[in-house]
Design a protein around this ligand. Structure first.
Ligand code: SF4
Length: 646
């Protein structure tokens, strides 16, 4: 029996875990007592990884010419030729690459290098980043000049007040939330601003249920009142203060109360509490970012952060979503995390395309490409307007690199088996930009390989193998440190000895950027009178592809993830009975679901979980996104309800 210290495979908190392995199999997962991140208390998802790692695995390359055919098993050589023959005549801009936040920095880096240097495609766009926190990164870049969070996890311990807005850390970031609960026992106050209420709400001293997509009004109103009550001189001298004060002056408590649908007295209580705070913290999530106003929402939140001199504690979704973006998993022109094109050409010794790359919304819906390389993602469930997406995916040549069979396999022409994160060596970067070593715990099953090895091998078929001279992950890490400015000070040797490294975190500048509420964009009508809010539940992760394989997690989960939830009054008015099957519809699709009464849901809204493949909530989400980052609006979708006549 051996014990290997490595990383969790799930969320962006990035806990270290001890994997106990015997005869090549993980038999148990244990906490790492001295882990700075988890403090020896990782969550149940991490501790049950042994239950999911070997089930439902892809163990051989699979190919098929058309989507109607069954897959046939292929050798790696056959699969590579198959890919080469389908891609050799395409232009670079006709191919999209989707790297993953679930694999290592080294895998993501090599994938984007293959895209840019071999196929001359700048269409590189990480799935989790685009769909979740592209607005956060973009706003941080505008306000602080950095592409990562300036906050650190231990700062949660020293806050006297934490504003949790559009986020449910009790469910999504249990390790950060444990620190918050501990701080609360010592007097830290918690304000929750969410719609609907969630698992975090019952820990909050003040709960504010704002109407969906009105948080910007709430934040601007808060800033306005804080300025009116008095701001320390050093915060007033920061660039943009006068403009901010003028811009927020129209967000009076009366207006906040009206637009957000909250009592004025409740808002004033929040103002008083925030004003009195001496050590302020903010935690935000997708309730703020996955909206047409997502970018403006986060900019406004950062204005509040600067005004209060607070710290940002917001986590990120997948274990390496921060690192994947850092090492080039985004189109150039959008947060150029790598060095300039000239420097890349010099370092790699090839000419690169000058074209601005497309992001995944552009490349899949607006200006569809002909081929897609998708690594460790379930894009056929994750994206909006699934019906139209599926039609488009059927017309594209799709290469899916994955470790488990998932829904997206149905749309692939080629499926290549890859190793999971802990079946290879490398590094990840957590939400704090803390760079951590991933140690191989067990060998991948069957013929699965690390993604970087697959791209290295495939490059030979394009005559470009010289671009990938690596014999191990450490050599790739060295190249990353050379070419990613934010990682310039990282000591690769230290990271590979198990010490955490740090990417750049210090703001390059600090400025207020005034932003205005531009109204909501859900056309509620007689036909679609409700606003659907998509949420997550504790224990389950993303679309539940992996967590559904854990008996422990599925037994512990108490939520019906295939139902939708309505306020009891709405349920009664519609004439539905609790548990009845109804039809939910939106302008782009419909779903048959059970409806359940839930008093925590605001009247006029409907809550639905994102996790089930059987009730894919994104079938109802139209293609509607933040104007500059293309992050879809998943959180406020106009829907109609009717009885199921069948
Ligand atoms: Fe894994 Fe996130 Fe849980 Fe930590 S908090 S054990 S990283 S899922």
């Amino acid at each position: 029996m051996e014990k290997v210290k490595s990383e969790c495979i799930y969320c962006g908190v990035g806990c270290r875990l001890n994997y106990v392995a015997e005869k090549g199999e993980i038999i148990r997962v244990e906490p790492v007592k001295d882990d700075d991140v988890s403090e020896g208390f990782p969550c149940l998802r991490g501790l049950t990884i042994n239950e999911v790692i070997r089930k439902n695995r892809i163990i051989k390359p699979l190919i098929r010419e058309t989507k109607e055919e069954d897959f046939k098993e292929a050798s790696w050589d056959e699969a590579y030729w198959f890919i080469f023959n389908h891609l050799k005549d395409l232009e670079g801009n006709e191919v999209l690459f989707i790297p993953s936040g679930k694999t290592s920095n080294e895998n993501a880096y090599v994938m984007q290098k293959f895209a840019r240097a071999v196929l001359k495609s700048n269409n590189v766009d990480g799935c989790c980043s685009r769909l979740c926190h592209a607005n956060t990164i973009s706003a941080l870049n505008m306000v602080f000049g950095i592409n990562g969070s300036p906050g650190r996890i231990e700062e949660a311990d020293t806050r006297d007040l934490i504003l949790v807005i559009g986020s449910n850390p009790a469910s999504n970031y249990p390790v950060i939330f444990s620190r918050i609960v501990r701080a609360k026992a010592k007097g830290t106050k918690l304000i929750g601003v969410n719609s609907p209420l969630n698992e975090t709400s019952r820990f909050c001293d003040i709960n504010v249920q704002v109407k969906p997509d009105t948080q910007l009004v709430f934040i601007n109103g808060l800033i306005n009142e804080l300025i009116r009550k008095g701001v320390p001189e050093d915060r007033k001298s920061i660039q943009g203060f006068e403009q901010l004060a003028e811009a927020v002056s129209e967000y009076t408590p009366e207006r906040v109360s009206k637009i957000c649908g909250i009592e004025k007295e409740l808002f004033e209580k929040v103002v008083e509490t925030v004003y009195s705070s001496k050590a302020f913290g903010i935690m935000h999530g997708m309730g703020l970012t996955q909206s047409r106003n997502g970018f403006l929402n986060v900019v406004s939140l950062l204005n509040l952060l600067i005004l209060k001199g607070g710290v940002l504690l917001s986590g990120r979704g997948e274990i390496n979503v921060q690192g994947m973006g850092d090492v080039g998993g985004v189109p150039p022109g959008f947060l150029p995390s790598l060095v300039s094109r000239d420097r890349l050409e010099e370092a790699w010794g090839v000419e690169l395309s000058e074209e601005a790359g497309l992001n995944m919304i552009q490349a899949l819906y607006l200006n569809p490409v002909k081929a897609v390389f998708a690594c460790d993602v379930n894009l056929a469930l994750s994206l909006p307007d699934l019906e139209s997406l599926h039609k488009k995916l059927k017309e594209m040549f799709i290469v899916l690199l994955h470790h488990h069979f998932n829904y997206t396999v149905n749309f692939a022409n080629v499926v290549l088996p890859i190793a999971m994160l802990i079946e290879g060596n490398g590094t990840i970067t957590n939400w704090e930009r803390r760079i951590r070593l991933v140690r191989k715990v067990v060998e991948p099953p069957g013929e699965a390989k690390q993604a970087w090895i697959i791209f290295k091998e495939l490059s030979k078929y394009f005559g470009c193998e010289k671009l990938f001279p690596y014999s191990d992950e450490k050599e790739i890490s060295r190249e990353i440190v050379e070419l990613v400015p934010a990682y310039r000070n990282v000591n690769v040797e230290e990271v590979y000895s198990g010490e955490d490294g740090w990417g750049a975190k210090k703001p390059v500048f600090t400025r207020y950027v005034p932003v205005h509420y531009e109204g909501v964009d859900y056309p509620v009508s007689k036909k679609y009178p409700y606003i659907m809010v998509a949420v997550r539940t504790p224990l389950l992760f993303l679309h539940n592809e992996l967590t559904s394989l854990s008996e422990t997690l599925m037994n512990a989960n108490r939520k019906d993830i295939e139902a939708c939830y309505m306020n009891p009054e709405d349920l009664k008015r519609e004439g539905f009975s609790d548990g009845e099957t109804i039809i939910l519809s939106s302008p782009c699709g419909s779903l048959k679901v059970r409806v359940k009464a839930d008093a925590t849901v605001i009247s006029g809204t409907i809550k639905m979980y994102i996790h089930s493949e059987k009730t894919p909530v994104n079938r109802l989400v139209p293609l509607n996104y933040t104007f500059n980052t293309f992050t879809p609006n998943y959180k406020s979708v106009a829907v109609g309800v009717r009885k199921d006549a069948s």
